[in-house]
Design a protein around this ligand. Structure first.
Ligand code: C2E
Ligand code: CA
Ligand code: CA
Length: 465
């Protein structure tokens, strides 16, 4: 009996699922529409999803073989979309995506396929385009439509997008290859400064290969102890006393020779290798401080550059404590240089981490100030001790009036929020004079001393004791 009921029930369920009975024709159509909508459309924006994007592209490719013209695939990625989610929450992020999707859609012809491919990523297929000039016109149009400010509850976000371009048939003969190449081009656009478009070229694949070979060399460098630290002193602008030293990494590579950080840090930042490098730097500095302390020659704080990946790592704090313990170093010997970008990824968490680091006794300097996402509203909320005015603002003062005004504003700002102002990249007496007039507290730069190896900096430390 039970078996009988079970069989009848299963048959009914199958029939409902197959829409064969009970549903009138109109209802059945509705169900089909819903199923199709769910399979092929993004639920948030109502745009085609990745599956439909692929399907349409394949259809265009088949048609084009007959028509013999090019098809353009654009890969769009909103620069710093994560920032919206982090600062004002996911609901706001969703609202932004809906609004921006509508905006793009309303500016293009019906036969243009606009799809949502990922969180802040969109794909566009432009069929029937004639040449590269027309592609450029379309990309400029997208940048014009998108590059704007987006306001949400008193927060103003500067919206920009990076676009990668792949063209059928020259950059690939199937959708997967075209999408991959458009993605590579999009990353190149980001590297070159965001809010721009970039065509795919085979050289870009070459760049990807270069990244892999560099990663291998860096991995070996960590194992073989090929990194060394240079140190650059910082001085009080009035007393000319050495107030601290900044540790700056160098790579003594058997293959590449002595390599500055600008040549390998960007590669390491693409993955977790930067974490290993930062770990090595912190450990080396802590060990060195212990040695100096025991020799009675250390009396200055050592500033260490902390990458944003490391700063955002949830284990960062416990890892700092562990290294301090392992090396018997004291937190008060250290200063961490952190960029604005690192803080703005997740401002609330950043405030928490900074507070805990300061409670340990580590000082905090805001590095490269003025070059990043200067959120003045947030600045006063971050517990920081020092602001480092980026060297690009120092380079042309006093001749460049705009830079001179910016430097003055930053120094005034420091005074207002009670943090020290330090200028980096000071190379001339003239620059020093301006900084001194404006009341800058500390200076660092070639005028006072270049970054030097351990033995050299020890001389400076001994002289200033
Ligand atoms: P940064 O933190 O802004 O460091 C200051 C850079 O300016 C250093 O370049 C320094 O040598 C250079 N500099 C100092 N004084 C002057 C000057 O008077 N004029 C000019 N033109 N330049 C001056 P460096 O050593 O090549 O480092 C470049 C960047 O690499 C650093 O910029 C920092 O972002 C990164 N970096 C260096 N060491 C480390 C490290 O140990 N860990 C991490 N994560 N990043 C590091
Ligand atoms: Ca620095
Ligand atoms: Ca800097």
């Amino acid at each position: 009996m039970t078996l009988m009921i079970l069989i009848i029930f299963t048959i009914i369920v199958i029939c409902i699922l197959r829409n064969e009975v009970f549903l009138p024709r109109v209802e059945q159509k509705k169900v089909e529409e819903i199923v199709c909508q769910m399979a092929y459309y993004d639920q948030l924006t109502n745009l085609p999803n990745r599956a439909l994007f692929f399907k349409r592209m394949e259809e265009f490719i088949i048609d084009t073989k007959i028509d013999d013209c090019i098809i353009v695939l654009l890969y769009l990625d909103f620069d710093r979309f994560k920032l919206i989610n982090d600062i004002v929450g996911h609901d706001a992020g969703d609202q932004f995506l809906k609004e921006i999707s509508e905006k793009i859609k309303s500016n293009f012809h019906e036969n243009t396929i606009i799809a949502r491919l990922g969180e802040g990523e969109f794909g566009i297929i432009l069929p029937g385009v004639k040449d590269d000039n027309e592609i450029k016109d379309n990309c400029r149009k997208i940048l014009r439509i998108i590059s704007n400010r987006w306001v949400y509850e008193n927060n103003v976000f500067k919206i920009t997008v990076s676009i990668g371009i792949a063209v059928y048939p020259r950059d690939g003969r199937d959708t997967a290859t075209l999408l991959k190449n458009a993605d590579i081009a999009m990353y190149r656009a980001k590297e070159l400064g965001e809010n721009r478009y970039e065509f795919y070229s085979p050289n870009l694949s070459e760049k990807a290969r270069e990244q892999i070979s560099m990663e291998n060399l860096i991995m070996k460098a960590i194992d073989n102890d090929e990194f060394i630290l240079y140190y650059q002193p910082q001085f009080n602008i009035i007393t000319r006393e050495c107030t601290g030293i900044e540790a700056l990494i160098r790579w003594n590579s058997p293959q590449l020779g002595m390599t500055p950080p600008g040549k390998f840090i960007p590669f390491a930042e693409q993955n977790s290798l930067i974490m290993e490098i930062d770990k090595w730097v912190l450990k080396t500095v802590c060990k060195q401080c212990r040695v100096w302390e025991d020799l009675n020659i250390r009396s200055k704080r050592v500033a260490i550059n902390i990458s944003s990946k490391q700063f955002e790592n949830t284990k960062f704090l416990s890892f700092v404590k562990k290294i301090l313990e392992e090396t018997s170093a004291e937190a008060r010997w250290l200063e961490f240089e952190i960029t604005e970008g690192s803080l703005m990824q997740n401002p609330d968490r950043a405030i928490e981490t900074l507070t805990q680091l300061r409670e340990l006794g580590i000082k905090i300097a805001l590095d490269d100030f003025g070059t990043g996402y200067s959120s003045l509203g947030y600045l006063s909320k971050f517990p920081i001790d020092k602001i480092k005015i980026d060297k690009t603002f120092i380079k042309d003062i006093p001749e460049n009036k705009e830079d001179t005004a910016i430097v003055k504003t930053i120094i005034d700002l420091c005074k207002n929020i009670g943090s020290l102002a330090i200028a980096e990249g000071v190379e001339t007496e003239k620059q020093l004079q301006v900084l001194s007039n404006y009341g800058c507290d500390e200076v660092q730069g070639y005028l006072f001393g270049r970054p030097v190896p351990l033995e050299e900096v020890e001389k400076v430390l001994r002289n200033t004791m």
